[in-house]
Design a protein around this ligand. Structure first.
Ligand code: RIB
Ligand code: CA
Length: 309
């Protein structure tokens, strides 16, 4: 059983990742969901997390809202990929239970300091603003965090929001720089690996055939992403970026990692948010592991099985 804090910006793929985490109570003790401005504005990411939580029947898990903007850059939402609501065309409702008081950054700092070193793993699937603020509030959390497992960055794949940057890093490069240079142990699911894990029609249909609220909602979310992938990119299956973070927490053997040093561009207008991933290092000294491969069929088998629970 892993104790986790799940920081996210739901977001269509964040939502599927949340369903996977909520469906795995025997593996993941979710101490808190924390939300951040990203794909859509902060009030919507908080509302969306509560909507997904209610569909999943997991209102035992508290949600804390966090940063309303990146540390320095202005907010820039990715509504083109997630729809105006942030949850594609999912029928929305006002969740019965809302967020708890307490800012996400303070909640992350307090939970990590109130647990034994290494006891809490942090999953981050949106811009890193809340974690960067938590590190500034309480620098001692860096050594106490179990690994931080994040979705972000790109090396071989190039960028998805600019030619050279992936959205989560580009949206708040200063926060990402604070996190990656902090010395925290990180496992990084960049586009190099998430682009290997795509919800092609057969995989999406397998999820759509599962008769549970979480599977029905996930299938609708994946179909929304696939339609955008067809229209914008011309592909047949959208990459499921954020579920790769939860799949790693549940089944790390599905992924191949490589030790690296990782630096973030925070100044260049042309390459802002670029992640420079360097493998020519002393592997024994590496604090960051870069995911280079995934067993995509294994990830979808895990996702489909858990959504059926
Ligand atoms: O680049 C993909 C990432 O940006 C995902 O986390 C997606 O939800 C968006 O936030
Ligand atoms: Ca996200």
């Amino acid at each position: 059983m892993k104790k986790i804090i799940f920081d996210c910006d739901p977001g269509v793929d964040d939502a599927v990742a949340l369903f996977l985490a909520f469906a795995s109570p025997q593996d993941l003790d979710i101490l808190a969901i924390t939300t951040v401005a990203g794909n859509v504005a902060a009030d919507l990411t908080a509302r969306n997390a509560a909507v997904i939580r209610q569909i999943a029947g997991r209102e035992d898990v508290p949600i804390h809202a966090g940063a309303r903007a990146p540390l320095i850059r202005p907010p820039f939402d990715a509504g083109a990929f997630h729809g105006e609501s942030g949850l594609g065309d999912l029928p929305l409702f006002e969740p019965a239970k809302g967020v708890e008081p307490g800012h996400a950054a303070q909640v992350i700092a307090d939970l990590v300091m109130n647990h034994a070193p290494g006891e809490i793993t942090l999953a981050v699937t949106g811009p890193f603003t809340n974690l960067a603020l938590a590190i500034r509030l309480e620098p001692d959390i860096v050594e106490r965090l179990g690994p931080v497992v994040v979705m972000g960055g790109a090396r071989r794949e190039g960028g998805n929001i600019t030619a050279s940057a992936e959205y989560n890093i580009w949206a708040d490069p200063h926060a990402a720089d604070i996190v990656f240079s902090s010395g925290a142990a990180c496992v990084v699911m960049g586009l190099d690996v998430t682009h290997q894990v795509r919800s092609d029609p057969a995989r999406t249909a397998a999820i759509a055939a599962v008769d549970t609220p979480a599977a029905r909602a996930s299938a609708a979310l994946l179909e929304f992403s696939n339609a955008i992938e067809r229209d914008i990119v011309g592909g047949s299956g959208a990459p499921i970026h954020d579920p790769c973070v939860v799949a790693y927490l549940l089944a790390p053997q599905l992924f191949t990692l490589r030790p690296c040093e990782l630096r973030v561009e925070t100044a260049s207008p042309l390459t802002l948010g670029h992640t420079a991933v360097e493998f020519r290092i002393d592997p024994t000294a590496a604090r960051i592991q870069w995911a280079t491969g995934a067993d995509a069929d294994g990830v979808f088998a895990l996702l489909t099985e858990r959504l059926a629970r």
